[in-house]
Each structure stands twice: as C-alpha cells, then as structure tokens.
Design a protein around this ligand. Sequence first.
Ligand code: SF4
Length: 346
Amino acid sequence: MKKLALVVDMYGCPNRCKHCWIGHMSNKKMPQGSDEFLINYFSPFFDSIEYYSWVREPDYCSEYKSRWEKDIEISKNSRPSRFELASFYTLNHDDNYVKFLKEVGTKVVQLTFFGLKKMTDKYVGRIGAFNELINATNILLDNNISVRWQAFINKENKEDLIELLQLSKNMNLEERCQKNGNPFKFFIHSGSCDGENMKLYDLRIDKKEIPLKLIPYYLDYDHTYEEKEICEILKNDNSFLNFSKKDKIVINVANNFDIFFNYTHMKKEWKIANIKKEKASVVINKIINNDVYAINVAKKISISNLVKECGNYESSKIFFIDDYKMYLLNKYLQKISMNKSDIYKM
Ligand code: SF4
C-alpha cells in the first residue's frame, strides 16, 4: 500500500459539541513515545505516512509548536497539512498562539457557532465558548488572519442564526476580512447525522423550516432533500454502500489505541482493531479487506433494504443523500444490536 494518514487523539478536546460527528471521548494524554510506536507499527506497510497528533481540537496542548515540528519530523516521505482550523481555546489562553498560526502560514480559520451566547455555550458544552469564539475572531483579524463562520442549524436555534448573521454584519467581518485578501464566509448546515448529532435526530430541522433569510447561506442547498424524498429516490437502489479505498487511507487513532477508518463516528461497531493488542500483519489485512463489523454488515444489506428497515417516509428533515445513507446504516446497526448484544463483544 502506498499512502497513509495517521490522525491521532493525543491530547483530546476542551469541548463537548452536541453535533460532534466523531463522538465524545474522554480526554487523556497518550503515553510518551506513542507517536514513534504508531509510525514504527505502520511503516513497513506504507510508502508514506502523514502524522497528525490531533483528531479533535488541533493544537490543544501547551507545546503546540514543538508538537507541530514533531508531526513533520516523524511523518514518513510526506508532510502533514495545516488546515483552515485552529484551537479557539488556545487562542484565548495563550497570546503567542496567533503568532505561531502566522508562522505556519495560516490565512483563514474556521470557527463554529450554534447561535448567540446561550445556544453556542449549550451546544459547545462549555460556558464561555461564545465569548471565546468572538474573542478569537477579533484576535485573528487583528493579526491579519481571516475568519469563516460555520453554524449548525436545527429546530431549536434557527432564529438565533439569523441574529448571528446580523452580528457578523455588525462586526464588519466582510470588510475586515477583505483587508487580508481572504473574504469572510458565513455558512450554515445541519451536519451529518452520526456521532453526537445522531442523538439530535428529533431536533433536525425540516427543509421547509430553514428561514428564508438563511437559505442563501445553506451549504450546497441545491443538493439537499427532505428525508421522505431520499427514501423515494433510494427505495429501489439495490447497490450497497461503497467503502472502496482511495489513493490515501486515513486511520483515526483513539487514545486507547483503537483504530478506525474516518468514514463516521469512532464507535465500537466501526473499530478495526486495537493495535496494542493485535499484530500489525493481522491489522493490515483487516484494513485491506475492510474487515470491520459495520462494513461487513453493510456488505450484506442493499441500500433499498436499509430504506425498508430504517427509512422514514413521514419525515421532511433535511439531508444530503450520502449523509443519509450513512445515517441509515448506523440506524440499522443500532437496530440489530438490540437483538444481538454479542456483536459488541469486539
Ligand atoms: S466537534 Fe470538534 S471541537 Fe467539538 S467536541 Fe467534537 S472534536 Fe471537539
């Protein structure tokens, strides 16, 4: 095999967002030397390995600078990327962090909201999160880094998001970002329906409930459907969910060394293996053959049957088709687990 990205939960995350697609996990600093262990474990099987010391909040550690240098140093025949992401927690707690972001060439940072103060604090799971996001916006702009505001919409916060949009105007974000040469962007969406967000299914917004003022800001709105429309589209689809490998395999590593593909939440039905307990040759075989409980289930049930088992023809909730297929599979896994408790003994 050729390319691997190892995405490792070495430090955890200060937040507990209610939409978190990965799912909530405990924060635990992984033991010293975990990075070398991981690289050595996979190195014989891959030509190149990009190493990331975070799968949740990036740079959520006091030694973020040396950590980034170590990620680069330890990667094999490859270099990890910086994304348009940063730790808004660290921006609020360490004055030097924004200088580091500039040093590594950050031009834009995406920040995530759920409305104004009450809603954002509630959905990030931390009192003060909203104020930190506003403060982070100002710190970034004062240092010539543009911002992008992403907001998750549901039945409970839809009116708040209109006010959030207005706040972005009151803060002159368009004008302030323009000065940096990277335009301000505000966008909303409902997120995929897995991880913690799956628990918010009842609050998922109906397509018709999206306030008119916000439709122009809904991500890829023209490719959204009501749930019942997707059920009609897929009810005769006799194909199966596709898990064929791309050029690069991405493996998420939990802080207890359980490993997962990055298709959906890091829950046990998606666990490939625990690499402290299983030999590398066995694990690599599982990776190549997609030998994962959830994928093995998906190989046996067509999309039309997933719709028959778990689709909701009464629902007008908004979805993208691919997210909905994954939601159907996760729903089906939940359904069969109720009958077969032994499948979780993995
Ligand atoms: S969505 Fe991101 S910031 Fe929020 S809890 Fe999940 S990993 Fe942390």
